[in-house]
Design a protein around this ligand. Structure first.
Ligand code: PLP
Length: 263
């Protein structure tokens, strides 16, 4: 018997290979957990950005979830682009009926190119229906501002936002400081359900090749959680992993090249 832990990503598509479902599956493979996937939406994109997003029929998303549940023993679930309130409702209703392990939510809202990956009308459903089911949510600062309904200017604000997001029912929150707080460091804060908080710091890297950073980071966290690591350990591993992946980001395409991690 050659068994392995099994992960599911519920995510959007990237023909450019650097973000979304494609990034998640690459990370799962490298972190040695078997990856399955459910497509939620079809963005037309490359390293230069997202041009448009095609909807999938809701029935097609439902059917994909059903065949995964029929056939696999999922140990961890990662959720990325959800796009609409109808998809969020469908995914939330489904997750209530299965035990697919801890749930990591990357609350994808806007691509670096500025294109919306989540409709504004979907945010309330994300907060009310999905967040209470989630083990750990990984917003960057703009996403945390929207989820916590506050502006974030300081490190103290990051912790406060994490606590406010927890009040929506999610267990743990990591607020990623990456792009938005001044200084040489990229600092993230983990707010645990026991109210302890931990700061994780790395040197900021000056590069344009950052496409898929959030997806890669949260996929690595999910892989480690799926293999049985604690939330804090998984986060520490993911922080180092994304640091290396940003520093090895590659110049493919003509826009923001993807983060990259050779095995
Ligand atoms: N496309 C998809 C399908 C995604 O899930 C994400 C994730 O955030 C992105 C694009 C974002 O890409 P970028 O890192 O360039 O903002």
């Amino acid at each position: 018997m050659n068994t392995t832990k099994q992960a599911l990503t519920i995510a959007g598509f990237d023909s450019g290979g650097g973000a979304g479902m494609q990034a998640d599956l690459k990370v799962f493979q490298e972190r040695q957990i078997f990856g399955t996937c459910v497509l939620t939406a079809l963005p037309i994109q490359n390293t230069c950005g997202v041009q448009k997003v095609y909807d999938l029929p809701l029935e097609a998303i439902k059917d994909q979830l059903a065949v995964i549940a029929e056939d696999f023993d999922i140990d961890v679930t990662k959720i990325g682009m959800l796009f609409s309130k109808e998809i969020i409702q469908l995914v939330s209703d489904f997750l209530k009926t299965v035990d697919f392990g801890p749930i990591v939510l990357d609350p994808v809202m806007v691509a670096k190119s500025g294109h919306a990956l989540l409709k504004e009308s979907a945010i309330q459903t994300l907060k009310e229906e999905l967040l209470p089911l989630v083990t750990i949510v990984t917003p960057n600062i703009p996403e945390a501002e929207i989820l916590a309904n506050m502006s974030i200017q300081t490190k103290e604000d990051m912790v406060l936002a994490g606590q406010k997001i927890q009040q929506l029912g999610v267990k743990h929150v990591v607020v990623k400081g990456g792009h938005h707080i001044e200084g040489d460091l990229s600092e993230d804060v983990l707010v645990l359900d026991n109210q302890e908080s931990y700061w994780l710091k790395n040197k900021r890297i000056d590069t344009k090749n950052t496409h898929g950073t959030g997806c890669t980071f949260s996929a690595c966290m999910a892989a480690e959680l799926g293999k049985g690591k604690s939330v804090l350990e998984s986060l520490q591993i993911a922080k180092e992993y994304i640091q290396a992946a940003i520093s090895d980001g590659i110049d493919v395409g003509h826009g923001h090249g993807p983060t990259n991690h050779w095995a």
